[in-house]
Design a protein around this ligand. Structure first.
Ligand SMILES: [Zn+2]
Length: 297
């Protein structure tokens, strides 16, 4: 009797799966790891239902200060391919990879990009330029095709559809920023995350609270004073806080400079389920809206 119930439940489940478009049994999907939410969303869009994706640092998580967990070790060991941003975004990954004994190839999605160097540091925040995301999508497609050539057509179709959406996003972002007079395109943020955005969409970075590419920096009182002076000297009226940084430093800067704090931007991570930034495209749309609206006032 119990056995009979079990079989019919199994059959029902099978029928339910059968009603989905192009079903792919879970055991046929390739196991993929992405290091953090922004990379994960790009990978999911290209991999679609052919991949089983584990993203190690989730929404609102700060990959630059992340502490790996035993679950991450398991995901790395089981994975067939690993996507990372590189350039210092995942300072914990080399050690975790070695310690786990994982064998999967590691793909740096930033590898084909024109990078911003400052002294001996490289700015890792490549995704804030949509043109970079388009190149990254191509790198991801090539890597998935390389590891799973039987599904090459699916990855190429997913890639083409996604790039069409990214091109539309880039055009929308460009049009919207064009409405903001050049002299108002000045950013003050928690950490130095908008270099590629500024280069592509013609903004100036007036200063950053943490005075660093990385969120683990601690600003000195002197650095904060200098930022307050720069804000006053340039006439910037609004500064920005980020979902991956403690907002208190920027609130202090804003108080001292007598300027406003804009609604939080999503910078090094997507937002959680009820946020306006659950995907890369939504994150860019929301950020540009918030930046343009806040700086137009
Ligand atoms: Zn960062």
């Amino acid at each position: 009797m119990r056995r009979g119930v079990g079989v019919s439940a199994l059959v029902l489940t099978f029928m339910a799966i059968g009603t989905l478009a192009t079903p792919v049994a879970a055991q046929n999907r390739i196991k993929v790891v992405a290091t953090f939410s922004v990379v994960g969303d790009l990978v999911q869009n290209i991999g679609g239902d052919r991949i089983d994706l584990a993203t190690l640092v989730g929404p609102d998580g700060d990959t630059e200060r992340y502490e790996p967990t035993p679950t991450d070790v398991r995901a790395l060991v089981q994975s067939e391919i690993i996507f990372e941003n590189g350039l210092g975004s995942e300072p914990w990954l080399d050690r975790l990879y070695r310690a786990s004994g994982a064998r999967a190839p590691r793909i740096r999605v930033s590898e084909a990009l024109d990078l911003i160097h400052e002294g001996d540091e490289i700015d890792p925040h490549v995704w804030h330029d949509v043109a970079n995301a388009i190149v990254m999508a191509g790198t991801i497609r090539n890597a998935l095709v390389g590891i799973d050539p039987r599904n090459a057509d699916v990855y190429s179709a997913n890639h083409n559809a996604y790039v069409t959406r990214l091109q539309a996003l880039d055009a929308k972002v460009t049009d919207q920023i064009a409405t903001l007079p050049r002299e108002r395109r000045r950013l003050v943020t928690s950490h130095d995350t908008f270099g590629y955005f500024a280069r592509r969409y013609d903004f100036d970075i007036v200063g950053v609270g943490l005075a660093s590419f990385f969120t683990d920096a601690q600003p000195s009182a002197q650095q904060i004073n200098r930022l307050v002076q720069d804000i006053r000297a340039t006439g910037v009226a609004t500064v920005f806080v980020e979902n991956v940084s403690d907002p208190r430093i920027m609130q202090r800067v804003a108080n001292e400079a007598g300027v406003l704090v804009a609604p939080q931007l999503f910078t090094d991570a997507l937002g959680g389920r009820n946020s306006p930034a659950t995907t890369y495209i939504d994150m860019m749309t929301y950020n540009v809206n918030t930046i343009v609206t806040s700086l137009a006032r």
